[in-house]
Design a binder for this molecule. Structure first.
Ligand SMILES: [Fe+2]
Length: 183
């Protein structure tokens, strides 16, 4: 079996063992969503696609395995490292790339190495795409990530206004709340 599928199996086992059955779908949606965004960004940025996808799959491992969110980036980096070592299929260099990216992923305002940045962007994109009508965090990073994919987005202002004045003049921008349903 290929390495990515083996890591997927490990993650599936963790998600299936979550005590609260109602919380299981959210774990799949988030980890698989972030992993796919990682693949997409890796293709765009010419980074290692397999390693990038694995970073996405493992990034919140601590949260889902131990139901513990505080410091989950640092704790998860060690947890992922242990999992990869146990599989005995990854080089030290690969483990270090994955470990580092996971350890940085809560620091969304800072800029780190390319794989850390890929994960942070993939994470904010997944949160945005889950439901584009929800309020989003890390707006600057999110706008930049969409822009890299050729999409200029309008984000609702925190005060409820739909857009900035200068954004209003830009016709290329995509309204994230676009819907056939009248609001
Ligand atoms: Fe995440």
């Amino acid at each position: 079996m290929n390495r990515l599928e083996l890591v997927r199996n490990e993650i599936d086992t963790i998600l299936l063992n979550r005590e609260n059955i109602n919380e299981r779908p959210e774990g799949y949606i988030h980890l698989y969503g972030v992993a796919q965004n990682c693949s997409l960004l890796a293709i765009k940025r010419k980074l290692d696609i397999e390693i990038s996808t694995i970073i996405g799959l493992l990034h919140d491992i601590y949260t889902y395995k131990f139901e513990y969110v505080k410091d989950h980036a640092l704790l998860g980096a060690t947890e992922a490292e242990n999992l990869l070592r146990d599989l005995e299929l990854f080089s030290e260099e690969e483990i270090e790339i994955i470990r580092t990216a996971i350890s940085h992923h809560s620091d969304k305002k800072m800029i780190h190495d390319p794989y850390s940045e890929l994960l942070k962007d993939a994470d904010v994109l997944q949160n945005s795409l889950y439901n584009t009508s929800f309020e989003v965090k890390h707006r600057k990073r999110l706008k930049q990530a969409y822009r890299e994919l050729g999409i200029k987005i309008k984000l609702k202002k925190k005060d409820g206004k739909k857009k900035d004045l200068d954004e209003e003049q830009n016709e290329e921008e995509v309204d994230m709340s676009h819907s056939l349903q009248k609001k």
